[in-house]
Design a protein around this ligand. Structure first.
Ligand SMILES: Nc1ncnc2c1ncn2[C@@H]1O[C@H](COP(=O)(O)OP(=O)(O)OP(=O)(O)O)[C@@H](O)[C@H]1O
Ligand SMILES: N[C@@H](CCO)C(=O)O
Length: 293
């Protein structure tokens, strides 16, 4: 039997819609796999009542098929589904790493990204690499159709998860079909600033580079209290705040020593609007890894 931990991830980072992602040091999913003549699945933990145990409807099923690796799989969810924290991607990434090892398939982590993305296609309808790439590689990732670029990064973060459910498909439905040239110029500038900030572990550059004015404002309407929480986090010292993935989680980048007060301000901000929320004080973290059993 093999046990694998795969982390939550935060996609987009504002200016990198469908391209940027980071691994978080927590929370995480844990998968246990052992060889079996046919695949069976059991799911426990956060939001498990909403996650199908039929392999055909779960992100890990497509990974099993892609690696031709039937197994008895137990998923312990640390990441609530429909959170904006890459819940479905974490299970897919963990399955890819675990089954590759269990069946000695010999794929590199980079190659496993597109295999894990097949799992994401099961729930999202189309394959996005921006959560599975950091879930497998860790750090900051830039996923484009030409491949994934990986940058190790060291940043202090808070993610605040309100008690609201936003499915990725609903959040994609509100994204505008096109952008104006001035909006494109602004986004390119911010995305470049963010990338330079990741290279330098600079929370001020990263925070500034997260600004984005096309996708984020459209999606903010799906998250009760988002504008207020955004402002409260900045007042508390965050250098940048945006929607994590498709939401409803909200991501804040913090200078050293500010996470506690930013986390409290974000939870209070949602509470001001009558929404329960919990905050995770975290960092940019490593990708999926095998655990000793
Ligand atoms: N192993 C799995 N873990 C979590 N959700 C799963 C899994 N397999 C299938 N699903 C389904 O995927 C959907 C959640 O995916 P969705 O992409 O909306 O959320 P997310 O992964 O938290 O978000 P995001 O991609 O925005 O970070 C739910 O309908 C859930 O039942
Ligand atoms: N880039 C994706 C992440 C969620 O799968 C989105 O924002 O819709």
């Amino acid at each position: 039997m093999l046990t694998v931990r795969a982390p939550a991830t935060s996609a987009n980072l504002g200016s990198g819609y469908d391209v940027f992602g980071i691994a978080l040091s927590g929370p995480a999913d844990v998968l246990r796999v052992e060889k079996a003549p046919r695949t069976t699945l059991s799911v426990t933990g956060a939001g498990s009542q909403y996650i199908p145990e039929d392999p055909a409807q779960n992100t890990v099923g497509a990974v099993v098929d892609a690696l031709d690796a039937p197994a008895r799989i137990r998923i312990d969810k640390g990441i609530r589904p429909a959170s904006g924290l890459g819940s479905s991607a974490a299970s897919a990434a963990a399955a890819a790493l675990a089954l590759n090892e269990l069946y000695d398939r010999g794929y590199s982590r980079e190659e496993l990204v597109s295999i894990a993305a097949k799992g994401e296609a099961v729930v999202a309808g189309e394959a996005h690499d921006d959560n599975v790439a950091p879930a497998l590689l860790g750090g900051f990732t830039v996923a484009t159709p030409d491949g994934v670029t990986h940058v190790p990064a060291d940043l202090q973060l808070v993610v605040c998860l309100p008690d609201i459910v936003v499915s990725t498909s609903d959040a994609r439905a509100v994204v505008p079909d096109g952008v104006r040239l001035d909006e494109m110029v602004e986004t390119v500038g911010n995305a470049a600033t963010l990338t330079a900030g990741m290279e330098r572990d600079d929370p001020y550059l990263v925070g500034r580079g997260m600004r984005e004015s096309v996708v984020t404002p459209s999606r903010a309407k799906l998250i009760d209290g988002y504008g207020h929480v955004h402002d409260r986090a900045l007042e508390a010292g965050a250098t940048g705040v945006t929607i994590s993935g498709a939401g409803p989680a909200v991501l804040a980048v913090c200078p050293e020593g500010f996470k506690r007060r930013v986390a409290a301000a974000m939870v209070e901000g949602f509470d001001d609007r009558g929404v329960e929320a919990r905050a995770f004080q975290t960092t940019v973290g490593e990708g999926a890894r095998l655990l000793d059993t």
